[in-house]
Ligand binder design. Sequence first.
Ligand code: G3P
Length: 218
Amino acid sequence: MKLFVDTGDIEEVKKAASWGVIDGVTTNPTLIAKSGKGFKETVLAICDAVPGGDISAEVVATDYDTMLKEALEVSSWHEQVVVKVPLIEPGISLVKTLADKGIRTNVTLVFTVGQALLAAKAGATYISNFVGRVDDLTLDGMEAVRDTVNMVETYGYSSEVLVASVRHPLHVLEAIKAGGHVATMPLKVIEALFKHPLTDSGLERFLSDWNKAGLSIG
Ligand code: G3P
């Protein structure tokens, strides 16, 4: 599974990148606004922090012509940039146009397998199925992920299912069980993946016994 960090904060990106297990970064207009910095400077800094990683940068227009102009602009910034496009009618047309030009896309705000089918048929590189926002409605957000993975594999679409709106490590476990190709999540969720009390207590015991024996390496 590819692991992306979902943030516009370059310091968070640098921390996640330091572990050597991050495959990319997803941003969105809200995350960029929170960064307090310019869009292009933030995206370029993220590209530098995650060499070779796919960096999603979202268009903000909602009409085809302006979306296309924005998409060509952001994709020109860096070869790592993946154009993020909301699943609206002009957005699907844009994804098709960009796919025909060899420009990679991440279709976002996807909540149903029907929406995912449109994205896959348009040639989306990534399909971002949102989970947490559906769970917030006391519904099973992971259901559409399972159905989308099944759909992509059944019909042989090239799109990768990107599990998004991830709130906690259990979402990561469920995304793995669903066969999601990518999971994107806030830094705090990745940090939580490291944690287990038995790991902490086990290491404490190892080091205590080692030190009591007066041992050293070298
Ligand atoms: O950035 C896409 C998605 O991961 C955002 O999720 O629901 O935490 O805003 P959310």
